[in-house]
Design a protein around this ligand. Structure first.
Ligand code: MGP
Length: 219
């Protein structure tokens, strides 16, 4: 006589999936990877700091802080550094595409210019940080469509006479790109229509004789 197999009803909690542990591990690894994956930016960017030490030349006062090429690393850097409004007088931050130095002499800037916003002295505590962050987001987010290619970088100058914010572009005579960048910049900063944003060629800025640089375009 053979053994009688008595079928036992199985209780749900008795079901053991021998692969359950492995599946969980695979799931953990997958989720871990998702958490680790950084969101790449279209360009790699370099953040520079300028501190006005009168004993040094202008170029020697310029320091590269760091470079980044992902959204996460941008916020890491941004959250780690001083707000522009807290910098000392005479200091600058510059954010430029990696490989372009934030100076007129760089070959990518030589024929270019800047869209310049003058910020009223009493706006430093109220508006400056918002305007600079919005400028940074325009750059890393490539907000200017096809004209983004023409963007070299942006600079914020902290000055006793009034702070300045500018987007630098590569070819001043490329009117279409320059205008597209200027219009988007002004819109994104939500500047009142009556606040002028002016475009100056670097050659004119570098060679100016008085306190004013002639502007090529005004928005
Ligand atoms: P600035 O820092 O751009 O403006 O230029 P600031 O301090 O408001 O002065 P202002 O002249 O606009 O009223 C100040 C000085 O820094 C310039 O006159 C140059 O001597 C020097 N400088 C500024 N930049 C952006 C450059 C540059 O790209 N190359 C060189 N060689 N010097 C520069």
């Amino acid at each position: 006589m053979g053994e009688t197999m008595v079928e036992q009803p199985v209780k749900h909690q008795d079901v053991v999936d021998p692969l359950a542990g492995e599946k969980e591990k695979v799931q953990d690894v997958k989720m871990g990877k998702e958490i680790q994956v950084k969101h790449p930016l279209q360009n790699k960017w370099a953040l520079w700091f300028f501190k006005n030490d009168k004993l040094k030349s202008w170029a020697n006062n310029l320091r590269l802080i760091t470079t980044f090429d992902s959204v996460e690393d941008f916020w890491c850097v941004y959250n780690h550094i001083q707000l522009a409004s807290k910098l000392g007088l005479g200091c600058d931050y510059s954010l430029f595409k990696d490989g372009i130095r934030p100076m007129w002499e760089d070959e990518k800037n030589r024929c270019g210019g800047r869209w310049l916003v003058n910020i009223n002295k009493n706006q430093r505590q109220v508006e400056l940080d918002r305007l600079w962050l919005e400028t940074l987001l325009c750059l890393i987010g490539e907000a200017f469509g096809d004209a983004s290619e023409q963007v070299c970088g942006a600079v914020v100058n902290i000055r006793p006479k009034g702070d300045k914010l500018a987007v630098w572009t590569g070819v001043a005579d490329n009117a279409e790109s320059v205008m597209k960048i200027g219009k988007t910049f002004k819109e994104r900063l939500t500047l009142p229509a009556k606040s002028p944003v002016v475009y100056e060629k670097h050659l004119d800025t570098a060679n100016k004789t008085g306190s004013q640089t002639k502007s090529k375009f005004t928005l």
